[in-house]
Each structure stands twice: as C-alpha cells, then as structure tokens.
Write a protein that binds this ligand. Structure first.
Ligand SMILES: O=C(O)CCC(=O)C(=O)O
Ligand SMILES: [Fe+2]
Length: 470
C-alpha cells in the first residue's frame, strides 16, 4: 500500500500574518512537491459552501442519462464527460478511467453560459458563487507566489488571472463509482483515492484529512501546481504526475483498507471537485519577471533533466490550453479506437503511467523526446514479455523507463550545454558592422585596437565599454 505523501500544510488565513514567510513556505512546498495543502479555516471558502457544492455534484451525477448527454462536453472543454464504458476492455483498463465529469465554464450574473442539467438549475447562483470563491482563492495564492518568487511586480500572476476577462478556467465536478463496480479494483493494490508520483518514483497517497488537520473546521484544500505554472516558471514550480486509484485486496473484493487514508472509502462512490485556474486568454506566457525564475532557467542546461518547457516559443494562455485540449481529444479518440479508455486531463499530468502521444504544439525536440520515451517503453515491455496494449506491471515498467529517461535527459543536457558554449563562442567572435566574422589581418587589427583601448582604461582608472565596432 502506498504510504502517505508528505505534503506541507500552509495556513494563509491570517491577513495580519507574516506574508513573506507564508509566501516562502508556499513556494518551497510547490517547488519541492508540486502539491500543497491550504488549511481551510473557512475564511476563503466555508465548510458549508463546500458541503453544498458536493450536494449539488451528487444531484448532478444522479440526473437521468439523457439530461447529462444533452450537456455533453464540447471542444470548449465545457460540459459532461461520461465513462468510457462502451469501449472497455477489462484486461487493459487502467486505474482511474471510470469516472464522470462535469466542467463548468464562466457564469454571468449568476447564470451558466452553457447547458446544465435541469436538476441543478435551482442551484445555478450558488454554483456561480462557489466558482467565484475558488477563483478568488487562487488569486490570493497567486499573489503569494508572486511575493515568494520575488516577481516584480508581485501581482504579475494575479493580474493575469482577472476574473473579468475570458479564460479557460473550469470548475470540474468528478464522480467515481464505488470501487467494487470497476474491473480495475480487481487489479489495483493500495487504497482508494488520489496518489502522486514522488521524486523517488514511488506512488504516495494524498489523504483528504492529513494528520494535523483533525481539529480544523473542514479538511484542507489541496492545491496542484499543474502544468501551466510549471511552464511559466521554467519548471521551478513542479508539475507532479498524479492518479486516482481504486482499492482492491487483489482478489477483486473490496476491503476496508482505504479507511487508512482519511476521508477515502473503498465501498462508496467518490466525489471530488477541482478548479482549474487559467490565465486570461490573451496572456503571453513570457518569462516571469523574477530573478529566482530567471536564474533557475540558466541552471537548467545542467541541473534540470530535459524540461521540455525550457526551450520554447512564447504561447498565449489560450494557445497553450488549446494545445493541451488537442492532446486530450487525441487520447480520447485513440481510446475509442483501441478500446483502452484514458482519462480526460487538461492540467498537464497523466492520471497514471501510460503511453503519451507527443502533442503537436510542443517544440520539435520535446516531441522527439516523447517519441523516444514511448519507443523505449515498448522495448522494456518486450523485454519483460508484456504485451503492448496491456497495462500489466505498469509501475515496474514506469520505474525502469524513468531511470532510462533520466540518463537520456542527462546526456541531452550535456550535449545542449556544449552546443550553448559553441554558440556563445561563435557569437563572441569579432564581427564587422554588417555582422561578417573578422578573419586574417582585419581580425589582428581589431585585436590590436581592443588591447589599446583596454590599456587606456587601465591608465585612466575608469570603466568604459570597449568599442568592438569597426
Ligand atoms: O479526483 C481527484 O482527486 C483528482 C482529479 C484530477 O486530478 C483532475 O481532474 O485533473
Ligand atoms: Fe489532475
């Protein structure tokens, strides 16, 4: 059974508190774990409001199928997504694929801007309020990220997430049926619920009620840094792979093992609520004006293992989201073809080790890297005698693959660093005004001139820029 993840719990409720310290704690936790708990004292979102949202979610998923189908998810990422039951193959079905979701886009004046099931129409205004509260809390956290990262101005992220402009932000309700009702419960080993992949490549459980929060008015709110903040900070803030598992005793019968993860159950359906906070559509995902992010970027060539976001062209938030959604649709349509259901994710993390198609929109090197990894996954499986489409011994395969990937990325980093040095040297070569590289006599002349200038500076004791132009 996966042990509990050690995710820090941060209390942001004290408005008079030491913001710099809280911001630092938040940034450190996000950089190390990619997940953070925010202690919920009810100040930002009250326990009653959370309870009410879960009640509405239950009502929604219990609605007649035709009602939900009427609101089917559109290319704008809003609406209902059903379980992929029609295409199931119990042998290859992966954990976490059995779920229904409902994505809410923007509300205007308390009204949804998309079809919603009749059963929840009376709660439309409450939903609008709840979504707005989630957004507000995210902006509060984004300000702390700005402070903690030394971004100038600190409101850089907050400004980019104005609730008054169009964005891809989504409030998502999720419903996972009782574990016993899914074939994957027969294969899974562990407890129900969310798990993250730790830096040592093991799965760790994310309890709903981590220890230390027993006395709180409500369990903490879990924050996932996700793909975008990671992208935006050159990988400084971590995007962590996570998945939702169902429990199983290995015999297919549900057990009470999940009780060991506070708040999760092996016998009941599971409901979760996620708010995906996106910058407004026109936000360019340019370098964050922060020394810390910047110096992290410079260290990437040697320190970071092949972050595909390190070299990139500037995208807007909308382009980035479209790219991610496109990858999601590719996965869904492939699932329909192969019979292997995959989850509907747009926050940049897979919900379990699985084959990833290189999404178009990533740069060529990143796409090539993903292709190489997938080729290697097939090789590892072949070596172990596991058939291609099967999810058998996925964790073991993933571990081996991660080691290989790290090695490959290490080699790539060294190559890139050499290339960078070569390029820098090339750029540093003396040139004419028109950019032609100086050689022979002209070069000697220039060097003589430079030496003369340097001498002058030393003699005058002043500092001045040497004139490199000819
Ligand atoms: O259901 C959960 O706990 C996590 C869901 C999730 O990660 C997602 O929808 O992206
Ligand atoms: Fe997720």
């Amino acid at each position: 059974m996966a042990k509990a993840a050690s995710i820090p719990i941060i209390d942001i409720s004290d408005d008079q508190g030491d913001h710099a310290r809280i911001a630092k704690e938040l940034v450190d936790a996000a950089a190390e774990h990619g997940f953070v708990y925010i202690r919920n004292t009810g100040r930002d979102i009250s326990p009653a409001q959370i309870q009410q949202a879960f009640n509405i979610s239950r009502t929604l998923f219990r609605s007649p199928l035709e009602e939900k189908q009427r609101c089917k998810i559109e290319r704008n990422n809003q609406g209902w997504s059903g379980m992929h039951t029609e295409t199931l193959d119990p042998k290859t079905q992966r954990v976490g694929d059995f779920k229904e979701g409902f994505n809410f886009g923007a509300f205007t004046n308390g009204k949804a801007t998309q079809p919603i099931p009749k059963s929840i129409e009376p709660h439309e205004a409450d939903l609008a309020t709840f979504r707005a509260l989630c957004h507000q809390l995210c902006r509060k956290l984004l300000l702390l990220f700005g402070i903690g990262l030394g971004v100038e101005p600190p409101g850089f992220f907050t400004e980019a997430h104005s609730p008054d402009k169009a964005s891809g932000s989504i409030l998502r309700f999720l419903y996972y049926p009782p574990p016993g009702a899914t074939p994957s419960a027969q294969e899974a080993d562990g407890q129900a619920g969310l798990e993250i992949l730790t830096q040592t490549n093991g799965w760790a459980a994310v309890p709903v009620c981590p220890s230390g929060t027993e006395e709180d008015p409500s369990p903490p709110i879990l924050v996932n840094i996700g793909d975008l903040l990671s992208y935006w900070t050159n990988g400084l803030l971590r995007s962590t792979v996570h998945r939702v598992t169902f429990t199983g005793s290995g015999t297919g019968k549900s057990t009470n093992a999940a009780r060991s993860v506070d708040g999760e159950s092996t016998t009941d359906p599971r409901y979760s609520i996620v708010f995906f906070c996106h910058p407004t559509n026109d936000t360019p995902l340019t370098a964050v004006p922060s020394e810390r992010v910047h110096s992290f970027q410079s260290g990437l060539a040697t320190a970071n293992v092949g972050n595909p976001y390190a070299e990139r062209k500037v995208l807007t938030a909308e382009e980035h989201l479209k790219m991610r959604l496109q990858a999601t649709y590719l996965r869904i349509s492939r699932a329909a073809k192969t019979g292997v259901a995959e989850t509907n994710e747009v926050d940049g993390e897979e919900s379990g080790p699985k084959k990833t198609k290189a999404p178009s929109g990533l740069n060529r090197a990143a796409r090539r890297r993903i292709k190489l990894i997938e080729k290697q996954r097939d090789l590892i499986k072949q070596k172990k005698g596991i058939s291609e489409g099967s999810g058998e011994r996925d964790d073991e395969v993933q571990k081996e693959l991660d080691k290989w990937t790290e090695l490959m990325d290490g080699r790539t980093s060294v190559r890139m660093e050499k290339k960078r040095i070569r390029k820098a040297k090339e750029q540093a070569r003396p040139r004419t005004k028109r950019g032609k590289v100086l050689t022979g006599r002209a070069l000697k002349e220039r060097e003589k001139q430079v030496k003369k200038n340097e001498k002058k500076i030393v003699q005058s004791g002043g500092i001045s820029a040497t004139n490199n132009q000819s």
